[in-house]
Write a protein that binds this ligand. Structure first.
Ligand code: NDP
Ligand code: 8X3
Length: 253
């Protein structure tokens, strides 16, 4: 039987590209997201292209009940999840602290932090039972350095960093690997979501340099997931060659 990987936020960006990468390497996939039509389309494409099995689960990671309902009631043959990619997440707005929307703050905390906690807790019993598992959390360079107007998005990713460290310690006795992956700027739907559909503002973020692609990040996720059982990349930061950190990106004028 093939290994099963569960990827949250598989309707776009890193999650979608990772689904393709794992499917092309013979994994069975559980893909999740809120946009059902996209999930169904991706499931169909992956099954046709890679002759693998794909289960699509539609839920909002902020909704604790929905998360547990979906994962606890998986069909028996889908319960042996060996890899969890906690990828679903977003930034909303890029505003000074005193001007930012508190609703946006709550959505980021509820998605990037609480969502990751709920999905992890729901999946972990299967991994603990099998004494085998790998949790890959999507952090960010924004979880390593705080930039102007990044306030709560950065805080949510610093929290992912802390939770990854905590999980790694507490799950040692179950032989479960925990990896935190921290990409720099990558051209996905991320900025379109952050700027609430303003395509012009989103495009500006990636002007004058070649940002990471979703496929670049998926390759790194897959690399971390495909190492020998005794070897774990705990924490990995990557960026395009034009970006040194959150503050320095070399752009063509
Ligand atoms: P995209 O916007 O392209 O994809 C985000 C994914 O998350 C979508 O599939 C979306 O699915 C899902 N998602 C968002 N909110 C929820 C929710 N409440 N419940 C379930 N699913 C949700 O962005 P990226 O691929 O770029 O981002 C993926 C992760 O990587 C995020 O955690 C982001 O913070 C992080 N990141 C992104 C970087 C970048 O520059 N792009 C750099 C560093 C980290 P749907 O809308 O269907 O629910
Ligand atoms: C996304 C990267 O630099 O826009 O996490 O915060 S950044």
């Amino acid at each position: 039987m093939s290994d099963i990987v569960l990827i949250t936020g598989a309707t776009s960006g890193f999650g979608k590209a990772s689904a393709e990468k794992f499917a092309s390497n013979g994994f069975q996939l559980i893909i999740t997201g809120r946009r059902k039509e996209r999930l169904d389309e991706i499931k169909k494409q992956l099954e046709e292209k890679f002759q693998t099995k794909v289960l699509a689960l539609e839920f909002d990671v902020q909704d604790k009940k929905a998360v547990f309902n979906a994962i606890e009631n998986l069909p028996e043959e889908w319960k042996n999840i060996s890899i969890l990619v906690n990828n679903a997440g977003l930034a909303l707005g890029r505003d000074y602290f005193e001007e930012a929307s508190m609703d946006d703050w709550e959505t980021m905390i509820n998605t990037n932090l609480n969502g990751l906690l709920y999905v992890s807790r729901a999946v972990l019993p299967y991994m603990i039972k099998n004494k085998k598992g790998h949790i890959i959390n999507m952090g960010s360079v924004a979880g390593k350095e705080v930039y102007e107007k990044g306030n709560v998005y950065c805080a949510s990713k610093f929290a992912v960093d802390a939770i990854s460290q905590g999980m790694r310690i507490d799950l040692l006795r179950h032989k479960i690997k925990v990896t935190s992956i921290n990409p720099g700027a990558a051209e996905t739907e991320f900025s379109k979501v952050r700027f609430k559909g303003d395509e012009g503002m989103a495009a500006k973020i990636y002007e004058g340099y070649k940002a990471l692609s979703a496929e670049d990040v998926a390759d790194v996720i897959y690399y971390c997931a495909s190492l020998p059982p005794h070897l774990c990349i705990n924490d990995l930061t990557l960026s395009c060659v034009a970006q040194a950190n959150c503050y320095y990106t070399y752009k063509d004028s």
